[in-house]
Design a protein around this ligand. Structure first.
Ligand code: FAD
Length: 320
């Protein structure tokens, strides 16, 4: 494939890790990789270039407008004006989905979603997507000509620098948006967080229904903090209201790939496992020897979390 565009999301001059992952994979698949940014290009040109983008097509300040309508319209106009990337890659994020969906309608092409692997075949990209809770993979490709749209799940690829020079910044004009441009972002709320982010942490300690009640989740937070990691959760305890959705690991939560994943009182439903089975080392604590999580664990502790976790926390605290 000649050219791939990647929607690069950035905040405060820092490019999101999903965008760097996509650039890394794109440069293995195409001769030219270019980024598209809803915002100013200069603050992110060096980081995008270092991950393989030669050009960043930037809309400039969106002045509080939502990224979705503005960026989708801008890309559609560029394509109508002759830009012809073979593929555009988006991360499965709020803005990625918003831009891809709107662009799909504007270009009249479908979006291939939920991708975990991308490969080149006969000058087109083939996406691999898990279905039925991750038990079956399907491969999908575009059979017609034109630009293909691909939505890729975070952590499908590992971001690596290419050592490239800063990307050249090129202006991407945003056409008149009409009513779709009326919405304005009036406030932003950043959840207070100490320690690493769940999807970027080297260690993730997650709790499930086996904890028994919401108060016991503090053991998960304590252990995560002592290990310098982040605290995660199964959907069961998110649905029960014990912890916010932002902690959820799995098919409908976050995908994590830490060096160490500790599953505490989690059975190992396929929908949970698709979100963490890529972890380098998996430790499971469960009182049921038949729990499916033991099937993918490198170290299985058959025991009661109310006995094992306090001991573990005590031992780590004693080490100082
Ligand atoms: P349970 O399955 O109830 O398991 C609790 C475990 O704790 C058991 O194995 C038990 O043996 C053990 N236990 C009990 N007491 C103790 C103790 N004292 N000490 C040690 N072990 C103990 N789930 C997700 O996690 N993430 C998702 O993103 C997700 N997406 C979904 C999407 C769809 C469309 C659907 C249908 C489901 C989804 N689920 C998801 C839900 C999933 O199917 C399971 O229901 C959920 O993962 C179960 O959570 P759990 O392991 O905490 O609870």
């Amino acid at each position: 494939m000649d050219t791939i565009w990647v929607l690069a999301e950035a905040s405060g001059g820092k490019v999101a890790s999903i965008s760097l992952e996509l650039l890394t994979r794109a440069r293995e698949l195409a001769g030219t990789v270019e980024a598209v940014v809803g915002g100013e290009g200069e603050p992110v040109a060096a980081e995008l270039g270092a991950h393989g983008a030669t050009t960043v097509h930037a809309t400039g300040d969106l002045e509080g407008r939502l990224a979705g309508p503005a960026v989708a319209s801008a890309i559609a106009a560029a394509v109508a004006g002759g830009a012809a990337p073979g593929a555009i890659l988006f991360g499965t994020t709020y803005d990625g989905r918003d831009v891809a969906g709107r662009l799909s309608a504007k270009l009249g092409v479908p979006v291939i979603t939920n991708i975990v692997e991308l490969e080149q075949s006969d000058a087109t990209l083939v996406g691999t997507e898990p279905v039925f809770g991750g038990t079956v993979n399907v491969s999908t490709r575009f059979s017609g000509p034109g630009t293909g749209l691909y939505l890729v799940r975070p952590k499908s690829f590992t971001a690596e620098q290419s050592g490239g020079a800063p990307a050249a910044v090129s202006a991407l004009a945003v056409p008149e948006l009409g009513a779709t441009g009326a919405a304005r972002v009036v406030d932003r709320y950043a959840e207070e967080a100490t320690g690493p982010k769940l999807d970027e942490a080297g260690v993730v300690v997650s709790g499930g229904r086996g904890l028994g009640d919401a108060e016991k989740y503090s053991m998960i937070e304590d252990l995560a903090r002592l290990l310098g990691g982040a605290a995660g959760a199964s959907r069961a305890i998110v649905d029960a209201g014990w912890v916010p959705y932002s902690h959820q690991v799995g098919q409908t939560g976050k995908v994590v790939k830490p060096d160490v994943y500790v599953a505490c009182g989690i059975s190992g439903a396929t929908q949970h496992m698709v979100g963490m089975k890529g972890s380098k080392h998996i430790i499971a604590i469960n009182k049921d020897t038949e729990a499916p999580i033991f099937g993918i664990a490198d170290l299985g502790v058959v025991g009661d979390v109310h006995k094992v976790l306090p001991k573990l926390i005590e031992a780590l605290q004693a080490r100082g």
